[in-house]
Every structure is written in C-alpha cells, then in structure tokens.
Design a protein around this ligand. Structure first.
Ligand SMILES: Nc1ncnc2c1ncn2[C@@H]1O[C@H](COP(=O)(O)OP(=O)(O)OP(=O)(O)O)[C@@H](O)[C@H]1O
Length: 252
C-alpha cells in the first residue's frame, strides 16, 4: 500500500529525514516511536504534502501512484488521511460543514455523486454514536475553543467519516484522558480491516495497549533504526531510548 524508499527530506536547508525505508501492507497497523526531534512529525508532514518541506531524494509509492507527485487534495482523494498533532482552528466554519465539504471533495475526485443531506446525516449519526461525539461539538466552528481532547476526538471522527485507505495519525494520544484514548483507539480499530492500514506516531506505549500494532519502528536521527513486534514498545518504556542510541551510529 505504502512503500517509502530512501526518503531524504528537510526544511529550510536543515536535513531531517536521512534515508527512511518503510513498507506498509493492507490490513497492517504500524507505529512509529522515537525521541523528540527525531523526525516523526516531519515524516507525517512530507506524506501529507506540506509545501514547506523539501524532498531531496527517495520515493514514496501509495497504492501504485507516486505520492510525492500528488497535491494534498489528490492524496486525500486517493485515500490518505492525516490527523495532526495540532489541528487548526477555523472560526466561522462549522465542523459539520467542514466534514461535508471534505467528504464530497473526495467523492468528486473518485467520480462519485455528492452525498445528499439525508445520506450525510445518516452517516454522521452512525459515526457520532461510534465515536461518542456530541452534536453540539459538530455545530461549533472547527476546533475553535475545543479542548485538546475534543480536537483529537473530532479528528478521529473526521477519519471515521472519510473512511480512508491509509490513516496517518500524528500523536493522536497527546492530551487525551484515558476514556478518550479508548474512544480514539476504538475508532481506529473500527477502521481496521484487510484493505486498510494505519500509521500511528506516538510517544507512549499507552495508546498501543488499545491499538495493537503489527510492527513498531523506532525513528532516530532521521532514520528507522529498529523495527520489532509490539513488545518493543514495552522495552522502550522501560529502558528509554538510550539503549537504541548506543546500538546505532548514525552519521549525518
Ligand atoms: N521549520 C523548521 N526549521 C528548522 N528546523 C526545524 C523546523 N521544523 C522542524 N525542525 C527540526 O527538525 C527536527 C525534527 O522535528 P520533528 O518535529 O519532525 O521531530 P519529532 O520526532 O516529531 O519530535 P517530537 O517528538 O518532539 O514531536 C527537530 O530538530 C526540529 O527542531
């Protein structure tokens, strides 16, 4: 589904990613962990197509297409979803309208008719119940005045509505209380099926108690230096990243 080969990227002349190789197959959940500043959010931003980031070499294939050649809108149309560490606030745009527009843009890209009001409301109701999201939150301006947990929950609600092929979640656990983590994890787990995949960037082992990954990767100094089964997260929690740092020598 997603194949990243020797990806090098940076921002404002600073090299951040220094040769990422990653393969995600349909049905898999991958987690990326790593110390602060190792390049996790940069990887998510490059995959999202944020213009500030420059890719110097390497390739990213998504469902047989060259992802780096596609605009962010085309990436969404192809089935990529990105949840961000700090979701933007858009005063004056209701969350419901935002989701409706996003959903219908994706449908248009795929040559489908827009959802009519009845079908849209039905889908909203179904996903609201699933994600335990309150109607009052959805009538408010997008993310404006939302608590950290509400923003994250809303983001996972958007994901549930869009039903992407690959969801990339950047620190979806930050700022969530334990009940919200369960709800978010439940939303992610509902998305899981043999055709879809998830890449979750996380700092804590905690989220991975609920979203059981097939593989965990450790990103360090712009490279994936270790990959392993879910138990790797427990080892990292216990030992910190120092043992990884001493195992690898990463030159710039
Ligand atoms: N606009 C920028 N200009 C210069 N350096 C930047 C810029 N954006 C990010 N960086 C640097 O790139 C490195 C990687 O940042 P990134 O946010 O990808 O790390 P991260 O692994 O997600 O970190 P964290 O765990 O703290 O969220 C950091 O050293 C950061 O300071």
């Amino acid at each position: 589904m997603l194949t990243i080969k020797n990806l090098h990227a940076g921002i404002e002349g600073k090299k951040i990613l220094k040769g990422i190789n990653l393969e995600i197959k349909p049905g898999e959940v991958h987690a990326i962990m790593g110390p602060n500043g190792s390049g996790k959010s940069t990887l998510a931003s490059v995959l999202a197509g944020r213009k500030e980031y420059e890719v110097s070499t390497g390739s990213v294939q998504f469902l047989g297409k060259d992802l780096l050649d596609l605009s962010p809108e085309e990436r969404a149309g192809e089935g990529l979803f990105l949840g961000f560490q700090y979701p933007v606030e858009i005063p004056g745009l209701s969350t419901t309208n935002f989701i409706k527009t996003a959903l219908n843009e994706v449908r248009k890209y795929r040559g489908q008719e827009p959802l009519d009001a009845v079908a849209f409301l039905k889908l909203m109701k179904e996903k609201m119940a699933l994600m335990n999201v309150d109607q009052s939150l959805l009538s408010r301006s997008l993310n404006e005045g939302f608590s950290g947990g509400e923003k994250k929950r809303n983001e996972i609600f958007q994901m549930a509505m869009l039903q992407p092929k690959l969801a990339i979640l950047d620190e979806t656990d930050s700022g969530l209380d334990i009940d919200a983590i369960r709800i978010v994890a439940n939303g992610v787990n509902q998305l899981r099926n043999k055709d879809n995949a998830v890449l979750a960037i996380t700092h804590y082992q905690r989220l991975l108690d609920y979203i059981i990954p097939d593989v965990i990767h450790v990103l360090y100094n712009g490279r994936i230096v270790k990959s392993g089964p879910k138990e790797l997260a427990l080892e990292l929690e216990e030992r910190g990243y120092d043992f990884i740092k001493s195992e690898v020598s990463v030159e710039d």
